[in-house]
Design a protein around this ligand. Sequence first.
Ligand code: MN3
Length: 205
Amino acid sequence: MSFKLPKLSYSYHALEPHFDAKTMEVHHTKHHAGYTANLNMAIENTELADQSIEEILAQLDLENKALRNNAGGYYNHNLFWEILGPPSDLEKAPKGEFLEAINASFKSFDAFKSEFSKTSASVFGSGWAWLCSSKDCSLCICSTANQDNPLMPGIGCNCTPILGLDVWEHAYYLNYQNRRPDYIAAFFNVVDWGKVEKRYQQIIS
Ligand code: MN3
């Protein structure tokens, strides 16, 4: 079995003006495709070849740099594309018991956005910011370097990601240059909270 680059459920233009089409296309067809190809090379003819990406990440040897970077890069981008959507066709805010969980963990949705933005802006160099959920319904924000993610053992972020923001320069430099805070603000216009809630429900159920 080998991993496949997922098709996006929207066009490269669909997230404009927040995420531009050229960045989306290069990000998906070059960066994500590269992680996918290199992940497949790293697991070829090993006992990992029949495992799910979650299984590979859960038992990852952090010293295996090729696997760490590319299994992480593959999973992280899958999640990233999944929770985005065209601004005209998405749920703009959390609702119901998911909103209650956000309020319980962060006081309010606005306070969550502010803390998540601060964490994203503070990642030094390349990495990701995450909103994670535990089985007890509590939520937390954390960040990881490079293509690491909270599913990797001993990474210091002990829960399951339901939303992630790529803060590598390749995710925003064409449109925003060095203005990462503007990119972070734009991100919130293209998050589909219905998709994030779906991931939340899978973890707590
Ligand atoms: Mn990326």
